[in-house]
Design a protein around this ligand. Structure first.
Ligand code: SAM
Length: 286
C-alpha cells in the first residue's frame, strides 16, 4: 500500500504526521482503510509494476468512478486533490500556475490538455497575470467534456481520442499545457509531437513522475476514493530519456522544477517525485 504525498489531505495533518501515517495506513486492513479514507476526506493509492502497457483498463479515465469525481468538481463540489479546498489553491495548482506565469504572456490562446473538470479555466481567469488568456479544454472522457460544456457554454471543450491527431490546426495555441496527463497515455512521445505541432511557442508538462536513475517503468495505479475505484497505467520516466525526447521534438527546456508531489513504490529504492517542465519551441522555429 502506497500513498501519494497529498492523499491524507486533512487540514489537521501536518506533512510530518502524514509521512508517519503512511506506513501505518498501509498496514491496516481494507475496511479500516476505507474508514480512515472517509474520516480524512482523502484517497488512497497503490502502485503495481506492469511488464507492458495494458490494452484495456475497465476502470480507467473514462470509467464511472473517474467521471463521478470530476463531475463533482465541475458542479463546484470538493475536488479530489483538494485543489480549491478552503478557497486556497493547492500546492499542485500553484506549481502549474507559477510555471504558466513564467511565459510572461499578457494575452494567450491556451490549451489545457487533459482538462478534467476544466478547473484551470477558473483558476487562470482569477489569476491576475493570466486573466486575459483564452482557454480551451480537451479531454478523453466524453461525459466530463459534456458536463464542462453544459456548465460553461462560452468556452470551447474538445473531446479527443487517444492516439489520433489532435483536432487543432498547426500553431493554434501560444501555450499547450498538460498537468498530470502525458504519463497516462500509451505513447507519450507521439502526444508530445502533437503538442509541438499545435503550439506556436510554449508547452508546459506539469505533475510528471520522473526519476533520475531508475529505468523507465510502467505501473498500474489503483486509486480508491469515495466515488469508487479507478485504475490507470502510468509511465514513470527516467530524466535523461525524457529530456532527450523533448529535444528530439524541437523543444527546449526553459525551466525544470520539482513539483510538490512524490510517491514511493514498495521494494524500490528511488522515490518518484513529480516534476514540471516548461518548454519552448527552438528559437529559430519561432
Ligand atoms: C490526473 S488527471 C489531471 C486533471 C487535471 N489536468 C489536473 O491537473 O487536475 C488526468 C486527466 O487526463 C485525462 N486523460 C487521460 N488520458 C488522456 C488522453 N489520452 N487524452 C486526453 N486526456 C486524457 C483524464 O480524463 C483526466 O481528466
Amino acid at each position: 500500500m502506497v500513498l501519494d504525498g497529498e492523499s491524507l489531505a486533512h487540514p489537521l495533518l501536518t506533512n510530518q504526521m502524514k509521512q508517519l501515517a503512511t506506513p501505518l495506513f498501509g498496514s491496516v486492513d481494507r475496511s479500516l482503510r476505507r474508514w480512515l479514507r472517509r474520516r480524512l476526506n482523502g484517497y488512497a493509492i497503490e502502485y503495481d509494476r506492469l511488464e507492458s502497457w495494458p490494452a484495456v483498463v475497465p476502470r480507467g479515465w473514462t470509467g464511472p468512478a473517474a467521471t463521478a469525481r470530476f463531475e463533482v468538481g465541475i458542479t463546484g463540489g470538493d475536488h479530489l486533490e483538494g485543489i480549491q479546498r478552503n478557497c486556497e489553491w493547492a500546492p499542485v495548482v500553484r506549481d502549474t500556475v507559477n510555471a504558466l506565469e513564467r511565459t510572461g504572456l499578457a494575452q494567450a490562446q491556451v490549451l489545457d490538455y487533459g482538462c478534467g473538470s476544466g478547473l484551470y479555466r477558473e483558476i487562470l481567469k482569477k489569476n491576475a497575470d493570466t486573466s486575459a488568456w483564452t482557454y480551451v479544454g480537451a479531454d478523453v472522457n466524453p461525459a466530463i467534456v459534456d458536463a464542462c460544456r453544459r456548465r460553461d457554454t462560452e468556452t470551447r471543450y474538445e473531446l479527443v481520442i487517444e492516439d489520433l491527431p489532435l483536432p487543432f490546426p498547426d500553431a493554434t495555441f501560444d501555450v499547450v499545457f498538460a498537468s498530470g496527463v502525458i504519463q497516462n497515455v500509451a505513447h507519450p512521445e507521439a502526444l508530445l509531437a502533437e503538442f509541438r505541432r499545435i503550439t506556436r511557442d510554449w508547452v508546459l508538462l506539469s505533475r510528471l513522475p520522473v526519476r533520475k536513475f531508475s529505468a523507465p517503468a510502467i505501473y498500474l495505479q489503483t486509486v480508491w476514493h469515495k466515488w469508487g475505484q479507478e485504475q490507470h497505467p502510468i509511465h514513470v520516466f527516467r530524466r535523461n530519456e525524457l529530456e532527450a525526447m523533448i529535444l528530439r521534438h524541437g523543444l527546449e527546456i526553459e525551466c525544470r522544477d520539482h513539483g510538490v508531489e512524490c510517491f514511493t513504490v514498495p521494494c524500490e529504492l528511488e522515490p518518484v517525485p513529480h516534476v514540471s517542465y516548461l518548454l519552448r519551441t527552438r528559437q529559430d522555429d519561432r
